[in-house]
Design a protein around this ligand. Structure first.
Ligand SMILES: [Fe+2]
Length: 230
């Protein structure tokens, strides 16, 4: 079973120990791998509670509703679903993408000071591609700020094994088999939907994006990068 399918069924295990899931249906809402206030002051507790407990939960609940009328969804891991999303109605695309994106997003953050630094392998790839980590962050922020309306900014590993920065609208992601999407394996993603930042930052998406770097879990980003090398 792919790792993400396992995560979906038994809970996230990014910190070494499996965490309990909050729902018991086909697709399940994973528990946050930290307390909702753990990312303060950069991401506030109420935003995290609403983002996880209401928005992410709604994607899971809606996807489970859709699975009742499309039973084959039950046989797919979250990653498998993204890679053949073009076969399904837009509601599955939106909710399946929303579930995958948020399942990933929680693991990509850690309390400030606990996320470590990029590994040697990731640092070399970043330097080779962008010249420096600062330049990569700059281009990533440009993708985040340039996304009109709701969506995501991504650092991906392309099918050729190269790093690239891209952006998707709504709950689309780089795994999806859609012609308008630059495809690759996401190793870092930033949610730029207003629900991710509006309570604390209001319309100041740039300030949210800047502060978010303080809670990036570089250990997990590095692990995901190195997994693409194998
Ligand atoms: Fe979100």
């Amino acid at each position: 079973m792919p790792p993400f399918a396992l995560c979906t069924r038994i809970g996230l295990s990014v910190l070494g120990a499996a965490l309990p899931v909050i729902a018991s249906a086909q697709f399940a809402l994973p528990a946050l791998p930290y307390a909702p206030e753990a990312l303060e002051p950069h991401i506030d507790k109420v935003t995290m509670e609403i983002h996880h407990g209401r928005h992410h939960k709604a994607y899971v609940d809606n996807l489970n509703t859709q699975a009742k009328t499309t039973p084959e969804l039950a046989n797919l891991s979250l990653e498998q679903l993204q890679k053949q999303i073009s076969r399904y109605p837009v509601a599955v695309r939106n909710n399946g993408g929303g579930h995958y994106n948020h399942d990933l997003f929680w693991t990509l953050m850690a309390p400030a000071g606990q996320g470590g630094v990029p590994s040697a392998a990731l640092t070399k790839a970043v330097d080779d591609t962008f010249g420096s980590l600062a330049e990569m962050k700059k281009r990533f922020d440009q993708a985040a700020l340039g996304r009109f309306g709701s969506g995501w900014a991504w650092l991906i590993v392309t099918p050729e094994g190269k790093l690239a920065i891209t952006s998707t609208p709504n709950q689309d992601n780089p795994l999806m088999d859609l012609p308008e999407i630059q495809r690759g394996t996401p190793i870092l993603g930033l949610d730029v939907w207003e629900h991710a930042y509006y309570l604390k930052y209001q319309n100041k998406r740039s300030e949210y994006a800047t502060q978010w770097w303080n809670v990036v879990n570089w250990k997990e980003v590095s692990r995901r990068y190195e997994a693409t090398l194998r």
